[in-house]
Design a protein around this ligand. Sequence first.
Ligand code: DQA
Length: 150
Amino acid sequence: MKISVINGPNLNMVGIREENIYGRQHYDEMMDRLCRVAEEQEVALNIFQSNSEGALIDALHAAYADGADGVIINPGAYTHYSYALHDAIAAIAPIPVIEVHLSNIHAREDFRHKSVTVPACIGQICGLGAEGYELALTKLLFMKNKKELS
Ligand code: DQA
């Protein structure tokens, strides 16, 4: 099973930026931990981070070209206004894409309440910190196993 994890702008600064919101765990530690969880489940993870919208769109297209079984995406602030990312997620259907946010975007500033990308995803996990990525991984595994059994 292959899963792509795509992280958007400023996520590389997690652990340094706004610790009161995003916590103290650094981005690399967070992704290393996710890799260990994936290894235990025999899932091959492809982790990508970029601060550029176009590179994130290319990564979504690449997930499709690589035959990924699922995508976990944290589009960062692009969540709130990137129709291009919405369309890229829609373009790779039927690959299931789960949107993850470390913070609870619904409990923050008004501009964060809306996600323009989530309508193209199967769902959203937010406010659960780094564990949100692990929960998304579990869901994608569950979907894959269910598909194989049916
Ligand atoms: C974020 C929430 C976004 O509103 C913000 O712009 C980010 C991080 C999160 O993971 O909580 O960069 O996606």
